[in-house]
Design a protein around this ligand. Structure first.
Ligand code: PLP
Length: 377
């Protein structure tokens, strides 16, 4: 089955009993047992729910993994994956991971004696140098937010093999339509499904897919023990989102390519960050390990005042955090998603006051370009 067909026909489709073509929402917590100790495959919805199971099955197929798991948020998914580790273990992470992952690692996991090192994982030697005898996990986000830095996943797999590390990839920005890290040897892939997979700014959810049965057993044990599961209604919304994920990503990427080229030649724009541009540092690796460049663009207009001017002129870009939906969003990382990072460190990373981040939607690209032109010209 090709990618786009899988999104429509993959996993568990419809309902055998009634012929309904959409998986029913099993709004239920417990299940009648034919006799004590025997059950139909479902006993309690924290452990398993048919709607959630249908979502988990299609997600596993999309990522070419053995099993999928749905959580109440991306952060719940990440926390559950971290629970594979134990006190005293050390994790090496991409230095510009999602802010919530940074907070979880430095302010929560730290308390239970899980230590960490943040490195620029696009620098293979730096990753190698960060490994300690206690390192158990290599946690990669690629491409990253907001500068779209790309990490070479094949190289990470070599390091993980050499040091016997679990390789985990946050695949939120690329989506399983454009990148399937398990095919490159990654052990665990996770998503904030709140973003592209849901795709309509209406659900908060997280997904995990693993490559083998042992990890499937381990993650299911944690999912059931910790209990941060996704409800059936939200699972159903994600399945609906997945059916058009291929279509949406194609439309979004087409728009993003045009907008990145437009910004790249504009005299009022100092720098554009988009992996689809041949000048982007991660362009060649993206070509090797992914099927596309995605829908996130960042660009620098030189100052906070100029960025504000752009914001004041746009009609079709909504000023908001989050990303990956059908509607285009605009944000200023330095004052929004990355405000908690000290200014010096921000400037060092390239997250300047004039940096604008776009999450491109499926609107007509001419409207989007005209919108940006009003603020730039
Ligand atoms: C949003 C996001 C998360 C966190 O997901 P939530 O669903 O908001 O909990 C994790 N990683 C990345 C890359 C994200 O963009």
């Amino acid at each position: 089955m090709k990618r786009k067909t899988k999104m429509v026909h993959g996993g568990i489709t419809g309902d055998e009993k009634t012929g309904a073509v959409s998986v029913p929402i099993y709004q239920v917590s417990t299940y009648r047992q034919p006799e004590a100790g025997k059950h139909t495959g479902y006993e309690y919805s924290r452990t398993g729910n048919p709607t959630r199971h249908a979502l988990e099955t299609v997600t596993a197929e999309l990522e070419n993994g053995t099993a999928g798991f749905a959580f109440a948020s991306g952060m719940a998914a990440i926390t559950s994956v971290m629970m594979l580790l134990k006190a005293g273990d050390h994790v090496v992470l991409t230095d510009d991971v999602y802010g919530g992952t940074y907070r979880l690692t430095t302010k929560v996991l730290d308390r239970i004696d899980l230590s960490h090192t943040f490195v620029d994982t696009s620098d293979v030697e730096a990753v190698e140098a960060a490994i300690k005898p206690t390192t158990k996990m290599l946690y990669i986000e690629t491409p990253t937010n907001p500068l779209l830095k790309v990490t070479d996943l094949k190289k990470m797999k070599e390091i993980a093999d050499k040091h016997d590390l679990l390789l985990v990839v946050d695949n939120t920005f690329a989506t399983p339509y454009l990148q399937t890290p398990l095919d490159l040897g990654t052990d665990i892939v996770l998503h904030s499904a709140t973003k592209y997979i849901g795709g309509h700014s209406d659900v908060v959810a997280g997904l995990v897919v693993v490559k083998n049965d042992q990890l499937a057993e381990d993650i299911h044990f944690i999912q059931n023990s910790v209990g941060a599961v996704l409800g059936p209604q939200d699972a159903w919304l994600l399945m609906r989102g997945i059916k058009t994920l291929g279509l949406r990503m194609e439309a979004i990427e087409k728009n993003a390519n045009k907008i990145a080229s437009y910004l790249d030649q504009h005299p009022a724009v100092e720098k554009v960050y988009y992996p689809g541009l041949a000048t982007h540092a991660g362009h060649d690796i993206t070509n090797q390990q992914a099927q596309g460049f995605g829908g996130m663009i960042a660009f620098d207009v030189g100052s906070g005042e100029k960025a504000d001017h752009v914001l004041s002129k746009v009609d079709f870009f909504t000023l908001a955090e989050s990303l990956g939906a059908v509607e285009s969003l605009i944000s200023i990382p330095a004052r929004m998603t990355h405000a908690s990072i000290p200014k010096d460190r921000r400037e060092e990373l390239g997250i300047t006051d004039g940096l604008i981040r776009l999450s491109i939607g499926i609107e007509d690209v001419d409207d989007l370009i005209e919108d940006l032109a009003k603020g730039l010209n």
